[in-house]
Design a protein around this ligand. Structure first.
Ligand code: ZN
Ligand code: ZN
Ligand code: FE
Length: 764
């Protein structure tokens, strides 16, 4: 009787040609069985009458694995009975624990396909839609499951005999590659205004400083020469985009190295199958026109990730601005018709093709910190890969936040987050939310029976949830941030949660954002927060940091604030004092926001009085900060009542005094970062002593700040805390839906102990 073994392999083993490799290896060892992808990695079953050959097979898995694969764990166990395999097969579907089939995220062009498109003798020479089982479009073209060609937007293209032969040949890299295509049978490029050889004409257009809108993988992109001040300024003006930085696509790693500092892991992240935009320190911020990333010292950089992108670099240029093809904050454009009407006025040329994009997916943004990638915008290359949780969850839908919205569907131990949807401020974005939800619900066969949403009554997602005919649960924003951090790190015990961000609706209806919570998945206690200051002109205060500066000065100096002689008060804004006097007569909304405190300091220090995009003031303050010094500003903690308040007034008085003496902005920014870092450390230490808790979770948009993380994480560890931040989901509001989901699941579990996850609600 043959013996059957199951081998579970985890690590980087998907989208790297691992299954065909396993197949070739099994054939060589004359083993029958099967290989398939799962969420956690790859599962192999083999059957043999010769157990030593199974051992040898496993050894070869390690020693001969494909170059870009990385095996982290490989476990073999013997199964009870044989399955009667007659040969070794690659399972086409991807079942996960019998629950549902997984759709792969889109995968960047692999090295072998890259060779094909630059080999003049290859039939795919310069072909923009080359792909194989290891690379190419996936999520963006899948209309239904199972993932087979008729269920993708490749359906209208009939494979030619050569492509068909590759598709059917187990030994070929294009065996069962659903989007397989070649110049004879696949999608084609066209350029508008019309010219011969669309690709070459697009390259020339870019070289001439023109703006080209191109149909990318998950949506249209707008490209121009990143080194031409004129081209970049033109794009910025036409796109009506303030100073929000542009991402730059660079020819190859050598080009990236010329412009940016690049560590080993950052290099790996850039060239990973997900190929995200990676935030890198620029060697010389002056190398790029100011309009690319004004005032910042980090640049969002990505490598070409489709053949089309690689071909754009056939010209002389190394650096192209590559930004989402949309109008201001609307969803990214995906259809040719939409591109003509919406992007026509922005671009000079349109590079189109005839393969439809089904799902919109923006480029992802990531950085490297503390030995792990940190995803700051989770979209192409990551979505819809689930986050694996430690516990089984009920079928829920968490609707996410207002800004940087994502939603989250749970199924068994998996949390499936949507790609980045965007700011839920317009009808188009809500439509995108609904369209993605329909798709993911269908794909994962999910029927949520509870909706979790933010506590804020006016968020578009909250109001959407109320309109559905389902039970709902409101979740406090900062609790959700911490729960998301706990969930992705598999933390089960209560934690000290430091939840710092721009804004979130508080349980007392004030605007929270500088919160220290003692919490678990079920609930939280607000242990400490930054002192409340008035939020004057609620929505305007988000962008106009000088309003926050004034509010903090009012808080710190009382009526005397008008006598301050600060550079901040130029003639145009002098009028604000009278406005404040009037506004302050009626009780204003109060805020403990840490993000707004950053805005206030940036304004006081003369770095940024008014942001043109969310987070600008804080990013500029960080970029300006001199990190060498050791001086701190005074802060008081008022422990007389619960929750404690972190009194920022002594700091504000000191900074105001320094500003009046024209103290260096870089020094103020540096000392401010250190003060916030030190405050976090001290409050956590005290709360740790009081509660005996030894785990700290850091979440919220403020923790996108590298300087702050570098100040806080090592110091908390040195104090003996287990410190967790984010890696798989963003620390900003893009990760909020995961937190809402796990909190809602815990509520269901406790309040309905009879509730069985996966229960259909019917009587048995
Ligand atoms: Zn490939
Ligand atoms: Zn073909
Ligand atoms: Fe937030």
């Amino acid at each position: 009787m043959p013996q059957r073994y199951r081998i579970s392999v985890t690590g980087v083993v998907q989208g790297v040609g691992f299954r065909p490799f396993v197949k070739r290896l099994a054939d060589r060892f004359a083993l029958a069985g099967a290989v398939s992808n799962t969420t956690g990695g790859v599962v192999i079953e083999i059957e043999t009458e010769d157990p030593p050959s199974a051992e040898a097979f496993v050894a070869a898995l390690h020693s001969e694995a494909p170059r870009s694969a990385r095996i982290e764990q490989c476990e073999m166990r013997e199964l009870e009975s044989a399955a009667g395999y007659s040969s070794f097969v690659i399972s086409a579907s991807r079942p996960i624990d019998g629950l549902f089939t997984l759709i792969s995220p889109d995968i960047a062009t692999c090295a072998e396909c890259l060779q094909d498109i630059f080999d003049p003798a290859n039939r795919r020479f310069h072909y923009a839609f080359t792909n194989c089982t290891n690379c190419g479009p996936r999520y963006s073209i899948t209309t239904q499951i199972p993932y087979d060609r008729p269920n993708t937007t490749m359906a209208p293209f009939r494979m030619c005999s050569e492509c068909e032969a590759e598709y059917g040949d187990e030994a070929n890299r294009r065996f069962h590659a659903q989007p397989n295509a070649c110049p004879r049978c696949g999608p084609r490029l066209t350029l508008e205004p019309k010219r011969e050889d669309a690709m070459q004409a697009a390259v020339s257009a870019l070289e001439q400083g023109r703006i080209v809108a191109l149909k990318g993988l998950g949506g249209f992109q707008l490209a121009c020469n990143a080194l031409s001040a004129e081209a970049v300024a033109k794009l910025r003006a036409r796109k009506k985009r303030g100073r929000k930085p542009f991402a730059v696509m660079m020819r190859d790693l050598a080009a990236v190295e010329r412009y940016c500092e690049l560590s080993g892991p950052e290099r790996e992240l850039l060239s990973s199958p997900a190929a995200p935009i990676v935030l890198l320190k620029m060697r010389d911020p002056g190398a790029f026109p100011v309009a690319v990333a004004s005032g910042l010292n980090r640049l969002g950089v990505m490598l070409p990730y489709t053949p089309l992108h690689h071909l754009l670099f056939r010209g002389s240029q190394d650096c192209l601005v590559m930004t989402s093809g949309n109008i201001s904050e609307e969803p990214i454009v995906i259809s040719n018709a939409e591109a003509r009407t919406r992007l026509g006025a922005i671009c000079d040329d349109l590079l189109l093709h005839d393969r439809e994009i089904f799902m919109r997916v923006d480029d992802s943004v990531a950085c490297w910190f503390d030995g792990r990638p940190r995803i700051l915008r989770r979209a192409r290359g990551y979505a819809p890969e689930p986050v694996r949780l430690e516990v089984e969850m009920a079928d829920l839908l968490a609707c996410g936040a207002e800004l940087k919205n994502t939603f989250c569907i749970t199924k068994g131990p998996y949390a499936i987050l949507s790609q980045h949807i965007g700011d839920m401020e317009n009808y188009e974005t809500l439509e995108f939310f609904e369209e993605t939800l329909r798709n993911l619900k269908g794909v994962y066969r999910a029927e949520p029976r509870l909706l979790a949403h933010d506590l804020h009554p006016d968020y578009l997602a909250t109001r959407w949830a109320a309109r559905q005919n389902l039970p709902t649960l409101a979740v406090q924003h900062h609790h959700a941030h911490i729960a998301a951090c706990m969930a992705e790190n598999g933390v089960r015990q209560p934690v000290i949660g430091v939840s710092l961000d721009g804004t979130g609706y508080g349980s007392d209806a004030q605007v929270w954002g500088g919160e220290f919570l003692i919490c678990d998945y079920f609930g939280f206690r607000r242990a400490a927060h930054f002192r409340y200051v008035p939020l004057i002109g609620v929505n305007r205060a988000m962008r106009q940091g000088w309003r926050m500066a004034a509010a903090h000065l009012y808080d710190a100096f009382g009526k005397d604030y008008r006598r301050l002689d600060l550079p901040l008060w130029d003639a145009a804004r002098g009028c604000c004092w009278n406005l404040f006097d009037r506004l302050l007569q009626k009780p204003p909304l109060l805020t403990s926001s840490c993000g707004r405190l950053f805005d206030a300091i940036a304004a006081l220090a003369g770095i940024c009085g008014e942001s043109s995009y969310e987070g600008e003031a804080a990013m500029l303050l960080e970029a300006a900060a001199e990190t060498e010094g050791s001086d701190l500003y005074p802060i008081l903690v008022d422990r007389t009542a619960a929750p404690w308040t972190i009194d920022t007034r002594p700091m504000i008085r000191k900074i105001a005094e320094e500003c009046a003496r024209s103290h260096s902005a870089a020094k103020i920014a540096g000392a401010f970062h250190r003060t916030i870092g030190f405050t976090i450390e001290m409050i956590c230490a005290e709360l740790g002593d009081l509660t005996g808790l030894c785990t700290v979770c850091l979440s919220g948009g403020t923790f996108q700040n590298f300087t702050l993380l570098e100040l806080v994480v090592p110091r908390l560890r040195a104090r003996g805390f287990n410190v967790f931040t984010h890696s798989q989901v963003p620390p900003n509001d893009g990760g909020l839906s995961l937190g809402q989901a796990v909190i809602a699941a815990e509520h269901l579990r406790r309040e309905r102990p009879d509730y069985v996850p996966g229960d259909t609600g019917k009587d048995h």
